[in-house]
Design a protein around this ligand. Sequence first.
Ligand SMILES: Nc1ncnc2c1ncn2[C@@H]1O[C@H](COP(=O)(O)OP(=O)(O)OP(=O)(O)O)[C@@H](O)[C@H]1O
Ligand SMILES: N[C@@H](CCO)C(=O)O
Length: 315
Amino acid sequence: MGLSFVSETVSVSTPATSANLGPGFDSLGLALTLHDDLTARVTDSGFTVEISGQGAGELPVDESHLVVRSMLATFDELGERPPGLAVSCVNRIPQARGLGSSSAAIVGGVQLARGLVKGGLELLDDADALRIAARIEGHPDNVAPCLLGGFTVAWTEGVAGARAVSLTPAASVRPTVFIPDERGYTATARAALPAEVPHADGAFNAGRAALLTHALTSDPSLLFPATEDRLHQGYRGPGMPGSASLVAALRSIGVAAVISGAGPTVLALTEVPADFHPGSHWRGEVLGVDDAGARVKGGMVEHAERGPVAAGRTS
Ligand SMILES: Nc1ncnc2c1ncn2[C@@H]1O[C@H](COP(=O)(O)OP(=O)(O)OP(=O)(O)O)[C@@H](O)[C@H]1O
Ligand SMILES: N[C@@H](CCO)C(=O)O
């Protein structure tokens, strides 16, 4: 039996995310209150994309656009593609800065596709959505908080693929991001990592990542030691010296600062003194934690609730 597509426009608001958070390489992530707003509807033919804001005039506007590619991958899992799609993107998340822009596009596409199919949220549940999005992105630490909101711990489990839990950060956690003008690409930053690391560094990070789940949710006074890392930031520093210097400057005054995702944005998880000046080419912004994640609105999904999934929230 074929799928039925809804005729209404569906929409989704996808949060920016900060991954790694220091020691949690490819696992920990935080959803932030900075969003791209996406809509989509089924058309008779063709794939079109309208873009305003970040990436307008640069990103493709056909089926090679990451949102459309992610929608098509999701329709393929569901078993049928619609004849055409009209997608619209209002982009606010700076791209290629370490704030999860690609994951926001991917999760947005997965969610829009689920919303455009009658019963789509049941045919593919949130656990499926996470698995599909992580497969497209290649690692789960940005797509998990984007989809689920909050502070997420994500992992990959054999054939089951990506799984995640979402935890509620302590109310006092107010992330500050320092965003530079220049871009940095995840693929480049990953290429700077060694194939092997010393056992002592693995043990160091395991302890710090475990501590970070406690510090972020229950005891922010421990965020400074909990954000130490030996697995990625040191190797990537030479490729983003300005970001490495800013992290060092913030940490020297006791701020729990890390590279956000693959950089070059810097994330501070504790309060930055008002008289701290990062330098002219950094744009500092205090954000909140998005605790909802990327929920679909419109179409057949107004009344759908998030189901219990491996990716469920625990608070
Ligand atoms: N909103 C978007 N729409 C379409 N494509 C996008 C969008 N945002 C990002 N992309 C694609 O993803 C690329 C950036 O991905 P990349 O993983 O390097 O950075 P990021 O996701 O912003 O950072 P990080 O993964 O470190 O948080 C862009 O060059 C573009 O090709
Ligand atoms: N864990 C990823 C996040 C960026 O996509 C990395 O640091 O490469």
